[in-house]
Design a protein around this ligand. Structure first.
Ligand SMILES: *Cc1c(COP(=O)(O)O)cnc(C)c1O
Length: 407
């Protein structure tokens, strides 16, 4: 396989530091560095590092951009979407009272429950309950894992409820959940603010328009910004969440360079030619599908994103009897190539992996094709290990344990 040379700078940084060369076809993963930024974002970040600026002024500037992007009244930036959840919940508990903000998380006060459907209590690399609990609030799950009925939500909202959280993600259960407009209407009726975790969603206006009081997005996912979290919504709740920076928000601080970069990323997004990007991605997926169509035991189809994002992926189904090994073993074998091809393996126990084109860099598609063909044709030589499934299932935990082990 011919590796690209460093004249296109694809691997200069990796080579200089001895980092493993990676092609990311799994999506916007924290463990891989989430996304890459465009030139305008890099310039904005670089410029910001050269100056002092009133941080509230900079955040107020971000608020205007967030308002334009989401249709919300106001917004601010924090360290991550996970931090945004914690701060939004905290703000719903304390309002504008600095003493109450300082009392978190030890003394959350009497109104400290966050109601969430059981099927929405997901993990995104960390349990979402933890993001709630870090504020001092108590998550209160309603319904059963695959079914929540209106009366169960209605019954849980009361004197003690600080907020209700709605999670939009491929990680949540996709049936039996209360649809968002209904969820928002029930909460509005009870006077309970609704926080939406839409960290990975392209729809930046829909949740606010459909009744969300706060919507939270990651700056570093599809927006291709620096690492950050966007908190958008009702002005009073946004201000109350922002106040938490005097206390629990301190360790969730975002710097001026990331605020500047996130503003640039949001502006880029508004001017981006989304249809052209989609067409390019579709063309890439088609070329990958065609490239592996003749390989025994391999069947591939283009599948839609489960939450309706305008993004498709190539799902590669593996028949181990004909392909020589399992989807999980293939996923591991791809990660052992140079460059390592990191595929989307969340559901690999079901006999497939997926390829996500959204983080592909120029020049990488041809390497993906070569690697796919080479590895998928050598299934007979790839022994399935017991650890293959466990590795995929146990996510990144092993990496957090082993990162300083001698190689
Ligand atoms: C990625 C993700 C998060 C966490 O986002 P960070 O910005 O990385 O903290 C939270 N919720 C959902 C649904 C996500 O997809």
């Amino acid at each position: 396989m011919s590796l690209p040379t460093d004249k296109d700078k694809l691997w200069t940084w990796h080579n200089r530091n001895g980092f493993r060369r990676i092609i990311n076809v799994s999506g916007t993963m924290t463990g891989l560095g989430a996304s890459v930024t465009g030139q305008t974002v890099r310039d904005a970040m670089c410029e910001a590092t050269r100056h002092f600026v009133g941080i509230h002024e900079l955040q107020a500037r971000a608020s205007r951009t967030i308002a334009g992007l989401t249709g919300a009244e106001a917004g601010f930036l924090t360290a991550s979407a996970g931090a945004g959840i914690t701060l939004a919940v905290a703000g719903a508990m304390t309002g504008f009272d600095p003493a109450r903000a300082e009392a978190l998380p030890v003394t959350p006060g009497p109104k400290s429950e966050v109601v969430v459907q059981l099927g929405h209590l997901c993990g995104y690399g960390a349990p979402i309950e933890t993001a709630i609990a870090l504020s001092g609030a108590t998550p209160r799950a309603v319904g059963q894992s695959t079914l929540t009925m209106d009366h169960q939500l209605i019954g849980a909202l009361g004197e003690r409820t600080a907020a209700a959280l709605y999670v939009v993600s491929h990680h949540v259960v996709h049936y039996g959940q209360i649809p968002f407009p209904r969820f928002a209407a029930i909460c509005r009726e009870a006077g309970v603010p609704v926080i939406v975790d839409a960290a990975s969603e392209y729809d930046l206006k829909g949740f606010i328009a459909a009744g969300a009081d706060i919507a939270i997005y990651s700056a570093h996912k599809f927006l291709s910004g620096p690492t950050g979290g966007i908190v958008a919504g009702r002005k009073d709740l946004v201000r109350a969440a922002y106040l938490q920076n005097i206390s629990i928000g301190r360790g969730m601080k975002i710097g001026k360079e990331s605020i500047a970069g996130a503003i640039a990323a949001m502006e880029d997004w508004m001017n981006r030619d989304h249809e052209a990007a989609r067409a390019r991605e579709t063309e890439t997926l088609e070329s990958w599908r065609a490239a592996i169509a003749d390989i025994p035991g391999i069947g591939a189809q283009i599948v839609a994103d489960p939450t309706g994002n305008p993004l498709s992926r190539l799902q590669v189904n593996v028949d181990p009897a004909k392909a020589g090994t399992t989807a999980a073993a293939f996923a591991r074998a791809f990660s052992e190539q140079d460059p390592a091809l990191i595929v989307r393996d969340h559901e690999v126990e079901l006999g497939y992996f997926q390829l996500d084109p959204c983080n592909l860099l120029p020049g990488q598609s041809a390497i993906v094709i070569d690697t796919l063909r080479e590895v998928l044709r050598s299934g007979d030589t790839i022994c399935e290990r017991e650890s293959d499934l466990a590795r995929a299932r146990n996510g990144g935990v092993g990496g957090y344990l082993a990162w300083l082990e001698d190689k």
